[in-house]
Design a protein around this ligand. Sequence first.
Ligand SMILES: [Zn+2]
Length: 414
Amino acid sequence: MPLSEKHQVRAEGDIRITREVIAKLPKTDLHVHLGGSIRLETLIDLAKKDDVQLPSYTVQGLRDTVFKESYQNLEEYLKCFVHTGAVMQKAENLSRIAYELAVDNQNEGVRYVEVRFAPQRYAGDRMDLSQVLEAVNIGLTKAKREFNNREAVVSGAEPPFDYGIIVCAMRYFTKGSSGYFNEILSAHAHSQKSRVFGLASYELAGSIVKARRNKGIPVVAIDIAGREKGYPPIHHRDAYMLAQRNFLNKTVHAGEAYGPESIFQAITELGADRIGHGTSLFSTEAISDRSIKDRRRYIDDLVRFIADRRVTIEVCLTSNMQTAPELHRLEDHPFRKMMENRLSCTICTDNRTVSHTTVTDEIYKAVSVFGLSTAELKNLVAYGFKRSFFSHSYREKRKYVKQCMDYFEKVIAE
Ligand SMILES: [Zn+2]
């Protein structure tokens, strides 16, 4: 059935949710990578300024060669980050990229965003970890201040914009990944690699605790990103426990390129509050752990465990379609099962530029392909605000969520 027809058979009283309506709604993006969301114009501009080699210096040329409409595999997808990473080695560049990302979000109605990046990929001779965090924060603060000075926000007619920063520890890195990683690998040349990866995460956790405490930077959570297969969450346990002891939140990229055991470990060993992707959650065939005999039961138990604890899944539809070869049609994405099992889900972009998407596009895909009702859409949007790692007091969070959801109702009514 064509998408438009699907909308027309909605239950009585349900409005037709168009892309235009979604663009006006207050929204969140809780999973967006800074390095995957640079405007291509800016990438070209910064590369020219800093003498960075690019395969093309036009937007179309970059789209044809690297930032494609679709990718053969994860490897091709990840190539984009090599190019963006090359222009993210200076503080002023990071501030500009962060500012523009916030503005792009504001321009499509996103009111709250949690921007994530791996500070250790950009640290080295020029900047230490805290300077990387500061540089990104400068850009985000500027965008927030400008937006919140608008008449509609000052008068209280519309909810303000806010943000949090999530830092990504890397599951895996090599010499050449960055100046920072080079140093840490050299200093621990005789240690097991998995220990060094864990140690790097621990350092990162320590640095964000300080940045938050001493500089008031709203670092709200820790994450682990990068190669999932062969690099289990358990290596990063000490870092996560340090974050927890300092009241930081925890999210983990899990079940994107590895089986449900990875999600299980993220929750039980690292105490994850949220899971990035979780795509393999329902795949009995993706279980590699041979000690799990009854696979069906293992999945049922895991799903119940996640649902019951309201562990939120950061769902990135387009990105998953681009990197998971087993997903042929969006209709086959486990998002449907997540909704059927009443899991707490939030729709995110992952990488705006690399995945050619926006929050509006992602929500529109969810609504049209999975036939969400207005009530289901409202729940989905509300989860984004409620399960955010909002950095102010709980009272303020409640007030903010209410203001955003009242505004949601207002837009729908109009
Ligand atoms: Zn991600």
